[in-house]
Design a protein around this ligand. Structure first.
Ligand code: F6P
Length: 461
């Protein structure tokens, strides 16, 4: 079998004992890499020391659990321009339809391309003739084009983990055409949903440089390549087991005792403006105002680890959400009850699984999201005989699969407030029926299937 090379900005490294890092995608990719004698290449997560900035870039290589990891440090300038700059101040907001938050700077666009060239330079000497390359996410759109310029003829696939925006929104990026052309150098380009794929096709058509063909192919910039929809998922069985175990874990139960006895609505999101956290807190406030009998009995547990802390828009929202939760707690809280429990830390997956299971409502209300795996994890963690209810934004990719959720418009706080009350009064048989429908889907379409389908699509490309 051909060797598999995975390229991504961040590389989830295994523990010291060699066990794969937590997280469904990392586990599935690790399994595929192990089967295919694989190599995972990306940023080490470290900044190159200033005194070494002029030295040629190097890879540090290590083996663990049958996989080779090849990592490079990045200079502060590279990180500022490529990661904190173009990737997270232009591509991220634009692809999430936040044109108002995009900050264009020519030098950052050059930095983005410079780092992609660096990845191509580092990868080229490692390649063997039959290697299959799988590139992940918006940080690395130009990588295939850079590899082709260096003579690479291997199969190269690209998967976009975030949404693809409508044409008029993409076209606000000054170099949108080079991004489109970059994608045409891949052999397979994968998206989460039909909507993303049709937006991509619309961009090609409007630009007059390509179109979708029959049978999942696309012609653009004189090249024919495959395009497809591959909705990412979770390790459903693993999450079910974690949640079951957490129910009988005494130490965990002790940790939860302060919120036991309350009707808990849970939100779990990186601190990111695309997640709609402030709109959710406001919706919860309105829910309490509209349902006086819930005051003192219901709480919102919002777990929000900090993210991209060097990007100004993220710094600003950290402050805004902290102030908002403080205001709501000040307005409605009492000495023995706080409506919003806001936690700026990440929790272990085992703990999360237990919290999902005890929460009667899963509140997943992003303003826009490629997929949203929290929605899937919440469902997989529920007790089959007494499941909670998922409230899901219609603008998350997951809404196209999880039709047993209550779908909401996250921009409409009254609608979200009503949905919370509807979830809390939903009879058991309706909850079980909705949950069964979603679990059937999640058991059939787990992250292993996502990985296998993408790789077999790439082999056929
Ligand atoms: O959703 C896109 C994504 O890049 C994920 O792959 C990743 O887990 C998340 O955003 C966090 O991103 P970052 O690497 O910027 O912390």
């Amino acid at each position: 079998m051909a060797r598999l090379i995975v390229v991504s900005n961040r590389v989830p490294l295994p523990d010291k004992d060699g066990s794969p890092p937590p997280g469904g995608m990392a586990i599935a990719l690790n399994a595929a890499l192990k089967r295919q004698d694989g190599l995972w290449i990306g940023w080490s997560g470290e900044v190159k020391p200033e005194e070494k900035e002029d030295e040629p870039p190097r890879l540090s290589v290590r083996e663990a659990g049958g996989i080779t990891y090849a990592l490079t440090d990045l200079a502060q300038k590279d990180l500022d321009e490529y990661y904190n700059g173009f990737a997270n101040r232009v591509l991220w907001p634009i692809f999430h339809c936040r044109v108002d938050l995009a900050e264009y700077a020519r030098h950052e666009m050059s930095g983005y391309y410079r780092v992609n060239r660096l990845f191509a330079d580092l990868l080229m000497p490692l390649l063997q003739e039959d290697d299959v390359i799988w590139v992940h996410d918006y940080h690395l759109i130009p990588l295939a084009e850079e590899l082709r310029k260096r003579g690479c003829r291997n199969r190269i696939g690209f998967f976009l983990h975030i949404p693809w925006p409508p044409a008029d929104i993409l076209f606000t990026v000054p170099i949108y055409d080079t991004l489109l052309r970059g994608l045409s150098s891949y052999d397979l380009v994968g998206f989460h949903t039909d909507y993303d794929l049709s937006n991509f096709a619309e961009c090609l058509r409007r630009e007059g440089c390509g179109d979708l063909l029959e049978g999942g192919y696309c012609r653009a910039y004189g090249r024919v390549f495959r395009c497809g929809v591959f909705p990412i998922s979770i390790d459903t069985a693993e999450f079910e087991t974690l949640a079951e175990q957490s129910a009988s874990d005494k130490a965990l139960r002790m940790t939860y005792r302060r919120i036991e006895g309350y009707d808990v609505a849970i939100g779990v999101d990186r601190l990111d403006y695309s997640k709609g956290i402030d709109q959710r807190v406001e919706a919860f406030r309105r829910f309490l105002h509209a349902n006086a009998h819930r005051v003192g009995k219901t709480l919102l547990l919002q777990i929000t680890p900090k993210s991209r802390t060097e990007v100004p828009e993220y710094m600003a929202m950290q402050k805004d959400i902290a102030e908002l939760t403080g205001r709501v707690n000040g307005e409605l809280g009492t000495i023995d009850w706080m409506p919003v429990h806001y936690i700026n830390q990440s929790l272990e997956r085992r703990e999360l699984a237990g919290l999902y299971r005890m929460a009667r409502v899963g509140l997943v209300t992003p303003l826009r999201d490629g997929m949203n795996l929290v929605a899937k994890e919440y469902v997989a963690a529920q007790h089959p005989q007494d499941p909670g209810v998922l409230i899901l934004s219609r603008f998350a990719g997951a809404a196209r699969e999880l039709d047993g959720a209550i779908l909401v418009n996250p921009y409409d706080p009254e609608a979200v407030a009503n949905a919370i009350e509807r979830a809390l009064v939903m009879p058991l048989d309706a909850r079980v029926e909705r949950w069964n429908a979603m679990m059937t889907r999640l058991r059939e379409h787990d992250v292993y299937r996502w990985c296998d389908e993408f790789l077999s699509g790439l082999r056929q490309a």
